[in-house]
Design a protein around this ligand. Structure first.
Ligand code: HEM
Length: 195
């Protein structure tokens, strides 16, 4: 199996868990609240901020990735500003001790989430509470017309990884999904202080 195939098959279950965790039921029913939407934006901001900052430490390894053309933090910062929500305190150490090859596993999760984003944007638009704030929404529009081209280019990077690294990359992708779950739960606790 190629690395891309392994990533897709071996993280399928944890992807489904992630979807469930991220308010999918409300989302698909067109019932996502403003508070839930803002929670999602903060989760994505924390994840992408930490990942982008760590990838920037390895410009040579990530040259073909073109980090400047794949940044989601500016989109999320704009979306949070639109809601007048302050930026969360960055979790800068999230990927601090990850090797470049492991970061590629994390980048797979970040880039793949852009594919699902399109579907999510469609569902968000069904929610009456979100109508007024979605007009200028940026993050969930993702790469727009460039989505396929960007995903294929990322696939090219995966295809260039030596087989000896594949296990490490797949394991890192797993850990990345788990990290997403942790961020979601952690930020939720901040929203709902114990009385
Ligand atoms: C409710 C939320 C989500 C929905 C409905 C969703 C849906 C989807 C869909 C439909 C695809 C396949 C797209 C295609 O093949 O064209 C996809 C791919 C993917 N999604 Fe999600 N997704 C969601 C959230 C996420 C999140 C939060 C992450 C990351 C933490 C993520 C990571 C990925 C990855 C890595 C892929 C690529 C799978 C592959 O290797 O082909 N998704 N998602």
């Amino acid at each position: 199996m190629t690395l891309a195939e392994r990533l897709r098959y071996e993280t399928r279950a944890v992807h489904e868990e992630t979807e469930e965790l991220l308010y999918t039921e409300s989302l698909k029913a067109g019932q996502l609240s403003l508070e839930q939407y803002s929670h999602l934006l903060r989760v994505h901001w924390l994840f992408h901020y930490a990942l982008e900052a760590t990838i920037d430490r390895y410009p040579a390894f990530f040259q073909a990735y073109h980090p400047n053309e794949r940044r989601k933090t500016p989109w999320l910062t704009a979306d949070l500003a639109e809601l007048n929500i302050p930026l969360p305190d960055p979790q800068s150490d999230l990927f601090a001790d990850w090797s470049p090859v492991e970061l590629l596993g994390a980048a797979y999760v970040g880039e793949g989430s852009m594919l699902g984003g399109k579907v999510v944007f469609h569902h968000l638009q069904k929610s009456p509470e979100l109508k007024p704030v979605l007009q200028n929404a940026r993050f969930y529009r993702g790469y727009g017309a460039e989505a396929l081209e960007k995903w294929k280019a990322f696939g090219g990077i995966l295809a260039g990884q030596p087989e000896v690294e594949h296990d490490k990359i797949v394991q890192a992708a797993h850990r990345t999904f788990r990290a997403y779950h942790d961020i979601f739960k952690h930020t939720q606790r901040q929203d709902q202080p114990v009385a």
